[in-house]
Design a protein around this ligand. Sequence first.
Ligand SMILES: [Zn+2]
Length: 190
Amino acid sequence: MKYPIIAYGDPVLRRKAGAIEPDEYPNIKQLAEDMFETMYAARGVGLAAPQIGLSMRLFVIDATPFADDEPELENFKKVFINATILEENGEEWAFNEGCLSIPDIREDVYRKATVRLSYYDENWKHYEETFKGLAARVIQHEYDHIDGKLFTDKLSPLRRRLIEKKLTDISKGIVDVEYRMKFPAVKKGR
Ligand SMILES: [Zn+2]
């Protein structure tokens, strides 16, 4: 099942999401599958639960489209539940990021090179793992979502001013987008 993707401006994207208890959410595998389906339809490489309106510490990633640049990302498809960043290291580097909740905007964002993470997969198996390169980048972006942060928060005040009008337009649904979205400033029934 595909979900509509929540657009910039919705308060759910700003909430720090809560941890998930295994018995509280027995259908987590199905939910993760639905999130992959939603993400693939929108041609994304990552999707976090707040982006479908669920304030939960869950995100999914499939970085396979980046395998041209980093061959080890072929089939890099993972579910991250209750992720916690243990440490981030290395020099900050710029990458041109986009976000399914903020269509049509791409900006260079600086983040550290490696990230060490504690998380569970969809079978509640626990991992502590270090990621680098574009895998780290996508994880850091999605992790921000479960903490209520967006990549536009990381831009310089000047860059932010330049895209402000576009962001407001997105929240009103004034944007060309090929996947289904839910816009906070659009009344129901329109
Ligand atoms: Zn995003």
